[in-house]
Write a protein that binds this ligand. Structure first.
Ligand SMILES: NC(=O)c1ccc[n+]([C@@H]2O[C@H](COP(=O)([O-])OP(=O)(O)OC[C@H]3O[C@@H](n4cnc5c(N)ncnc54)[C@H](OP(=O)(O)O)[C@@H]3O)[C@@H](O)[C@H]2O)c1
Length: 290
């Protein structure tokens, strides 16, 4: 018999690829978007879950614009923590598993080595604080919770509310031919959503509940990511470095937020490819060259 899965935030960047990657022979999928219910409307959430009685709920709904989270901590915590707690409690009541996507921004970013799952969290932004609260509330409310921390997502759909993803923005600006300055004091691992989506479905069968890091492998600054995009796309761009402060960003961002897929590796499940290979796949698909 098919298992029932609910995805919340299904038309977002990762949601788009998670829906596409589902094994339809094994899963009966209910892909929920904001028009179905607002994740902060707890009554509507409960009614929707009771109607489906899912085996797993995957929560991708997020309020992740960093500057807006600083301005509106109430909303940041409502979407990224309180709603997550409600989902975890309701899935536990229904005997379902719960998957919550979290972020590299739960770390302070002041240590220059990749973080593993058991490293101390010390978020420096409201978004990071809210995500960390969501993690703890979810893990505490449903023993069948899987928290997956990811970083620097890009995929064909583009992040909701943020306009285009970083690769698309660089491709557009690079093609305009003007000199570009890109931040060089934030290091992370860009992660490609189709590959992440396949891994999430796989983890549902292969990994026990718990806390996982799941990104592509390797690391780079945003500047070095841009340089690799232009190199692979064959664009000649006058690219220079700038600091986060020079970029005008106001919300605090970790300087080094690389995640080590330590727990997945321990299970023999870390076959995520190097970020440069994932980028090549994306560029081939979205910007085919003759
Ligand atoms: N993007 C990154 O680089 C990144 C990095 C680290 C972690 N993450 C985490 O990864 C997950 C997926 O990210 P993503 O880039 O795919 O995000 P996304 O494109 O913004 O998608 C989020 C989805 O959630 C929906 N949503 C937001 N608030 C909602 C609410 N109150 N009720 C119902 N639906 C709501 C959005 O709907 P609308 O389209 O209607 O707004 C959207 O479809 C999130 O948990 C995010 O925090 C992302």
């Amino acid at each position: 018999m098919k298992r029932r899965a609910v995805i919340i935030g299904a038309n977002g960047q990762l949601g788009h690829d998670l829906v596409r990657a589902v094994d339809e022979a094994g899963w009966d999928l209910r892909a929920c978007v904001r028009a179905d219910f607002d994740v902060c409307d707890h009554k509507a959430v409960t009614a929707a879950l009771e109607a489906v009685r899912p085996d797993v709920v995957i929560d991708l709904a997020a309020f992740h614009k960093l500057e807006l989270c600083e301005e509106d901590p109430g909303r940041a915590f409502a979407v990224n923590a309180t709603a997550v707690h409600h989902l975890a409690r309701e899935t536990a009541r229904l005997g379902a598993a719960f998957v919550f996507l979290s972020s590299d921004y739960v770390f302070a970013g002041d240590e220059p080595t990749p973080r593993i799952e058991t490293d101390r969290c010390a978020p420096i932004s409201i978004y990071g604080l809210a995500k960390r609260a969501g993690e703890r509330l979810a893990l505490g409310a449903n023993p069948k919770t899987t928290v997956i921390r990811v970083s620097g997502l890009y995929g064909v759909a583009g992040p909701s509310g943020k306009g285009s993803n970083f690769v698309d923005t660089m491709m557009r600006l690079g093609r305009e031919g003007k000199p570009l300055r890109v931040v060089d004091d934030q290091v992370l691992t860009p992660t490609y959503t189709p590959e992440l989506a396949r891994k999430i479905w796989h983890m549902l069968d292969a990994a026990p509940p718990g806390l996982y890091h799941c990104t592509n492998n390797g690391e780079c600054s945003w500047h070095d990511f841009a340089a690799e995009i232009f190199r692979q796309a064959g664009l000649s761009v006058e690219l220079s470095r700038q600091t986060t402060a020079q970029s005008g960003a106001t919300a605090p961002r970790p300087a080094y937020s690389v995640l080590d897929n330590h727990a997945l590796r321990g299970l023999g499940l870390d076959d995520m490819c190097p970020w440069q290979e994932a980028l090549a796949d994306y560029l081939r698909l979205k910007y085919p060259r003759n």
